[in-house]
Design a protein around this ligand. Structure first.
Ligand code: ADP
Length: 198
């Protein structure tokens, strides 16, 4: 089995469009999109781990690192077993993980990041508006409350942004996240392709 898994990390603050871009890229043969937010939300809400997730996400906090990485590993193994993701041929598009330096450290042996798509935007208030819209469309309680959104941005700057320093600058591409979904997708693909052929 191909471990460490060849991966592209989708990186950026909450609401920047990692999930939107990840889903579109994941529809292209040869890419597999794995979003940890979706992984957590698909858990049985009554299960112990489902309740643990709700306890943290409702406050805008990260689920503890050990639990997150363990669940992520089990999830990937299941995807391989069910033949949904084939590490021999698919590039893993990781969305929402690693989200802290300890996660990046403990995932070192499992992933081989060939590229980091760092989505950026000058005007974060646009991201907040996107998230509030998403809250009504998708019924996400962690997006509805402005104080929770603010907390998630704080957690992003304090715990997630430092993850970038764990990787070589040469594989990080800053990409403007403003524009239509197609415009951003074009920028992302143009940035990714040279790294895949390298
Ligand atoms: P967004 O795309 O808006 O940043 P996500 O859907 O990725 O949000 O994540 C929702 C919540 O799931 C996070 O606020 C956090 O509580 C939890 N979560 C997702 N990924 C991780 C992770 N790698 N480590 C810890 N918690 C996570």
């Amino acid at each position: 089995m191909a471990t460490p898994y060849t991966s592209i990390l989708l990186f950026g603050p909450p609401g920047i469009g990692k999930g939107t871009q990840g889903k579109m890229l994941g529809a292209i043969p040869g890419f597999f999109h794995l979003a940890t937010g979706d992984m957590f939300r698909s858990l049985d809400k009554e299960s112990e781990i489902g309740m643990e997730f709700a306890r943290y996400s409702s406050k805008g906090l990260l689920v503890p690192d050990f639990l997150t990485v363990r669940l992520w590993r089990q999830h990937v193994e299941q995807l391989i077993k069910r033949e949904l993701y084939n590490p021999e041929v698919d590039v893993l598009l990781l969305d929402g993980i690693p989200r802290s330096v300890p996660q990046a450290e403990s995932m070192k042996e499992y992933i081989d990041p060939c590229m980091i798509v760092h989505l950026v935007c000058e005007d974060l208030s646009k991201m907040v508006r996107r998230m509030q819209k998403r809250a009504t469309e998708q019924g996400r309680p962690d997006d509805a409350d402005e104080s929770v959104i603010r907390k998630r941005f704080e957690v992003y700057s304090g715990q997630t942004a430092p993850v970038l320093a764990c990787y070589d600058k040469s594989i990080i591409s800053d990409i403007d996240a403003l524009g239509t979904q197609a415009e951003v997708l074009l920028r992302v693909l143009s940035a990714i392709l040279p790294h895949l052929n390298a």
